[in-house]
Design a protein around this ligand. Structure first.
Ligand SMILES: Nc1ncnc2c1ncn2[C@@H]1O[C@H](COP(=O)(O)OP(=O)(O)OP(=O)(O)O)[C@@H](O)[C@H]1O
Ligand SMILES: [Mg+2]
Length: 228
């Protein structure tokens, strides 16, 4: 479980991007952090991913303050896939996946290769193993980036706007694929794509101006923001 407690983040120019936010991400399932552009979603995600340090409040992962965790322990438990996917362009999909296992978990090349191939197989994208990032579609690149993160077997996987490059049909396929992956990890999805959130998440929050405006099941949240 991740508990975000009264977290605030203000940028150097004085922008209060996240303003006293609290929420709990359950151990299981898919949780959506929704909101309009500029509402503070990515800033909050960056605090949870430890790329930014909150100016106020705590983020607790299974009883431990994330600020006090060792980098290597933290990175193995919480995976992140950014809006811009950062797959290495000069490596094929398989090599991109192996790198994380070799660098972060110290696996040998052979072990990293076997595990990566197994993961690609289990995620039904084995046919992409030898392709380079420039040769795969946006939707496939999203899947590869998530597969790479999942290879480390994190407890939580944070995804920032995973559908931003996808059309509606690809988004639906991707949503179905993510739901199937719930057995592997818990997803926290940051998105302004409400139909996508509705197709994937059970629970969520809707943020506005750095604060949580609505929270609850997806149906409740969507109903309440509709009324505003
Ligand atoms: N590096 C930065 N320096 C100053 N202000 C920033 C910085 N990054 C974001 N902001 C501001 O903080 C606020 C929240 O931005 P954030 O990127 O968290 O929003 P968001 O909800 O992720 O938006 P989007 O849906 O467009 O990705 C906005 O007002 C934004 O302009
Ligand atoms: Mg954002």
């Amino acid at each position: 479980m991740i508990e975000v407690q009264n977290v605030a983040y203000t940028y150097a120019d004085g922008t209060k991007a996240v303003n006293d936010v609290s929420m709990t991400f359950p151990e299981q399932g898919i949780f959506a952090v929704m909101g309009l552009s500029g509402s503070g979603k990515t800033t909050l995600l960056n605090c949870i991913a430890r790329f930014l340090s909150p100016k106020q409040g705590e983020i607790i992962l299974d009883g431990q303050d994330i600020q006090e965790m060792k980098e290597i322990d933290f990175r193995q438990q919480v995976g992140v896939v950014f809006q811009h996917l950062n797959l290495f362009p000069h490596m094929n999909v398989l090599e991109n996946m192996m790198l994380a296992l070799e660098r972060v978990q110290g696996k040998t090349k052979a072990a990293a290769k076997a595990e990566s191939l197994e993961m690609l197989e289990r995620l039904n994208i084995a046919e992409l193993a030898q392709s380079y990032p420039a040769q795969v579609s946006g939707g496939q690149a999203q899947r590869v980036a998530i597969a790479r993160g999942l290879a480390l077997k994190p407890k939580f996987m944070l995804l920032d706007e995973p559908t931003s490059a996808l059309d509606a049909a690809t988004t639906s396929d991707f949503a179905r694929w993510l739901r199937e992956l719930q057995a592997f990890t818990s997803f926290i999805i940051v998105t302004h794509d409400l139909p996508f959130a509705e197709q994937t998440a059970e629970q969520g929050v809707f943020m506005e101006s750095g604060q949580v405006q609505e929270r609850g099941t997806l149906a409740e949240v969507l109903k309440n923001i509709d009324r505003c």
